[in-house]
Design a protein around this ligand. Structure first.
Ligand code: FE2
Length: 316
């Protein structure tokens, strides 16, 4: 296809509103996301110019760096029963493999390790809740190469949403790998269209804020329960108000660096801490925030092991 922005406009014609695409293209500025978001005042730690260098230096002189790197490679495969209000008996036991925040360009060897650990897992559909890339601007090629490696280990349908580190310009390449990106869109999952689940996915709610949940639900058959994919739990209020049954997300990394005892120094998300990792519930909507498979800023983790999650759907 034509890889210019006009080519992208043609590729996404009919799938996104012009305003959505143009806003995304305009905000994907060459210098990356600002340190302080002018709209919300949120601080993007990953964009602090010296944060990586200072953190790495501090960890090296305290002798903790290599241990953190080893921790970041010890991926857990977590089993979780996801209650979905309104789920039909036909969908009981359906398994979703949930991968979040792989940040595939932070470490060249990471994608192969992740692919090894994913191959052989049993699931019905895989969902990826964003942040394929570590960089927030510029060359996406290393992340896309890593994604190709990961996709080769996934034998089944794969759906994804974009995170705040991802460019909408990556979508045609991601979809060419057989990963359907949901840009405020949805589709029916399951063995039969009348007893399935509506899988909705929205664009990044953290930085780009182009998450249109109502639009993602608009083609849902009457009374069909909906599972929402969103990069960040920050969309929780909108999701509950729109009638979403269950929400899967990531972004927070669970803090990535936690104190002994599990207290996260930051979750980088404008939501209650109870929604920043693991299973949660909000006004009748269930949810799960993955602590992620990868790492950001530095490839280290402390007291917060990386994970992929096998969700088994259960009626609530
Ligand atoms: Fe993120």
């Amino acid at each position: 296809m034509d890889h210019s922005d006009d080519g992208l406009r043609q590729y996404l014609d009919g799938r996104v509103f012009d305003g959505h695409l143009e806003s995304r293209l305009k905000r994907e500025i060459p210098g990356g996301e600002p340190v302080i978001d002018p709209d919300s005042g949120s601080i993007h730690i990953e964009n602090l110019p010296l944060s990586r260098i200072c953190l790495e230096y501090a960890l090296r002189i305290t002798g903790l760096y290599r241990r953190g790197q080893r921790n970041a490679r010890r991926l857990c495969v977590r089993e979780h029963d996801l209650p979905v209000p309104g789920l039909t008996e036909a969908m009981r036991g359906y398994r979703l493999l949930h991968v979040s925040d792989p940040h595939l360009d932070v470490d060249p060897g990471f994608a192969e390790g992740l692919a090894d650990q994913l191959s052989g897992l049993q699931w019905d559909a895989c969902v990826i809740t964003g942040d394929f890339r570590y960089r927030t601007n510029g060359n996406a090629e290393p992340a896309l190469t890593g994604l190709e490696t990961v996709r080769s280990a996934l034998d089944g349908p794969v759906y994804a949403v974009l995170g705040n580190h991802d460019s909408i310009r990556m979508v045609p390449r991601v979809e060419a790998l057989g990963i359907r990106v949901l840009l405020n869109e949805g589709l029916v999952l399951g063995p039969a269209s009348n007893t399935g689940v509506w899988l909705a996915g929205v664009d990044d709610p953290h930085y780009y804020r182009q998450h249109d949940i109502v639009r993602a639900l608009r083609a849902r058959p009457d009374r069909m329960p909906a599972i929402l994919l969103a990069h960040s739990p920050e969309a929780y209020r909108d999701a509950a108000a729109a009638g979403v049954s269950a929400m899967l997300c990531g972004h927070t990394h669970g803090g990535q660096i936690r104190l002994p005892g599990g207290f996260a120094l930051t979750t980088n998300a404008d939501c209650p801490r109870a929604l920043a990792s693991g299973a949660w519930e909000w006004q009748g909507m269930t949810g799960y925030t993955s602590v992620g498979a990868g790492a950001s800023v530095l490839d280290v983790r402390y007291n917060c092991p990386p994970e992929v999650v096998l969700h088994t759907l259960t009626p609530n």
